[in-house]
Ligand binder design. Structure first.
Ligand SMILES: *Cc1c(COP(=O)(O)O)cnc(C)c1O
Length: 439
């Protein structure tokens, strides 16, 4: 069995990382190309990565980590899975982009439609953000309505109309949550509480005929892991059907993660449209949106709703994504992922209990969050009261002992098919040490 490089009692050195981030800050805003990486919620400097292999990451100081981020979701097979690397190498031999149809695009579309119940037609794009932005446009174009319902704590990428906070009352206008977004962009967005059926019913009673769509994470990952009540998810379906609104499941994170067919398969609710990303690119920049054929037929050039992309369906990205999805389809790692994840969730929760720390563990498939919170986290009003100071200490304690967790209490951690029983045991043991010293 492989020995771990880190020595548990010696403080990990990351001087190369620190120097590199200082340099990066001179040329890149905040030194990072996406704020989620910046350690904003936990303090300290981000780790600069040199390479990944299986369930491991290696930084530019030579430190080794067990990785529970997997590039924030895509690497369900771990880093550098041989089938994925091979497919990318084969694609590279033919060229990197043609701006013309290829066979692989149709293979990808067919595979997605076979796997995900709600998909009859699908369009490839280059990120999750593009997928949700386009899906909203299509839902609006299809219904001829403007109003979008989203839920506080759900993240759908940095789309103008979806970067919005709840106003003071439930049914007031959404307020942009970033400078640079005009009020006008969010005035048709209603922000409601997740898991609140009454609020949702009320919104439809008052404005049903104006509502183009509901968009939601059918299992939330972006306020930490929050699993919906069955009645809530059912209500989204029933209300959209009753009011001819489009139900959009944003499965950018949960697609091929909580089950091969996504959260819609696992929780048995079929939306009208679905957005995908992360896993379907196998580590390359890919997103997709799709749904019922009658809805997707409004997309240009089949219909009048414009949406385009120079690099959409890129052959290298398709090769990477297809190879990943075929491994998932043919090898079915989901039972093993479930078993390892349950074991990890149980172990982390026990460790927190032993340390006397109030906490909640939410786990579904290979995504989970250990919340430092006395109350069950069902919506953003509870999640926003997590003890983030305690999380920061836990995070840094784990990092210094070679466990790479998401650098925010409001994110899910992921287990991959490359993780072993031994990795999980190591992680639990380290968590016991770290959590015992948090008070
Ligand atoms: C990551 C994520 C997005 C955004 O995807 P990007 O590829 O980062 O643009 C959208 N929705 C959900 C649910 C996500 O987890």
């Amino acid at each position: 069995m492989k020995q771990y490089l880190f020595a548990k009692d010696i403080l990990m050195q990351r001087t190369n990382s620190q120097a590199q981030i200082e340099k990066a800050r001179r040329f890149i805003p905040g030194g990072v190309n996406s704020p989620a990486r910046a350690f904003g919620g936990v303090g300290g400097d981000p780790v600069v990565i040199d390479r990944g292999e299986g369930a491991r990451l290696y930084d530019i100081d030579g430190n080794e980590y067990i990785d529970y981020i997997g590039s924030w979701g895509p690497h369900i097979l771990g880093h550098r899975h041989p089938a994925v690397i091979d497919a990318i190498e084969q694609a590279l031999k033919k060229g990197t982009s043609f701006g013309a149809p290829t066979e692989m695009e149709t293979e990808m579309a067919e595979l997605l439609c076979e796997a995900v119940a709600s998909l009859e037609k699908v369009r490839m794009v280059n990120s999750g953000t593009e997928a949700t932005m386009s899906a909203i446009r299509v839902a609006r174009g299809y219904t001829g309505r403007d109003v979008v319902i989203k839920f506080a704590g759900c993240y759908h990428g940095h789309v103008d109309s979806l970067l919005v906070q709840a106003g003071s009352g439930a049914l007031t206008l959404g307020v942009p949550s970033s400078p640079g977004i005009p009020q006008g962009c969010t005035k048709d967005t209603i922000v409601l509480e997740y898991n609140n059926v009454e609020q949702l019913q009320e919104a439809f009673e008052e404005r049903g005929s104006e509502i183009a769509c509901i968009i939601l994470e059918p299992v939330v990952g972006n306020m930490g892991t929050v699993i919906p009540d069955d009645a809530f998810l059912q209500a989204t379906r029933i209300l959209c059907t009753a009011h001819d609104s489009v139900l959009i499941f944003d499965e950018v994170m949960t697609g091929f993660r909580v089950a091969y067919g996504g959260a819609q398969q696992r929780l048995n609710v079929t939306p009208d449209m679905t957005t995908l990303g992360k896993i379907i690119g196998g580590g390359m920049p890919v997103g997709a949106y799709g749904g019922r054929a009658d809805i997707m037929n409004v997309v240009s050039p089949a219909g009048p709703v414009y949406q385009a992309g120079t690099l959409s369906g890129n052959p290298v990205a398709m090769a990477s994504g297809l190879a990943t999805l075929k491994v998932l389809r043919d090898e079915n790692p989901y039972p093993k992922l479930e078993q390892l994840s349950e074991k990890l969730a149980h172990g982390l929760s026990e460790a927190a209990t032993k340390a006397g720390l109030p906490h909640q563990m939410a786990q579904i498939g290979s995504m989970m969050t250990l919340f430092f919170n006395e109350h069950p986290v069902r919506d953003f009003s509870v999640s926003s009261k997590n003890d983030t100071k305690r999380f920061a200490k836990y995070f840094h304690g784990m990092l210094d002992k070679g466990i790479y967790l998401p650098c925010s209490q409001y994110e899910a951690m992921f287990v991959s098919a490359a993780h072993t029983e031994d990795d999980i045991n190591q992680t639990i043991q380290i968590a016991e040490e770290v959590l015992a010293n948090l008070n």
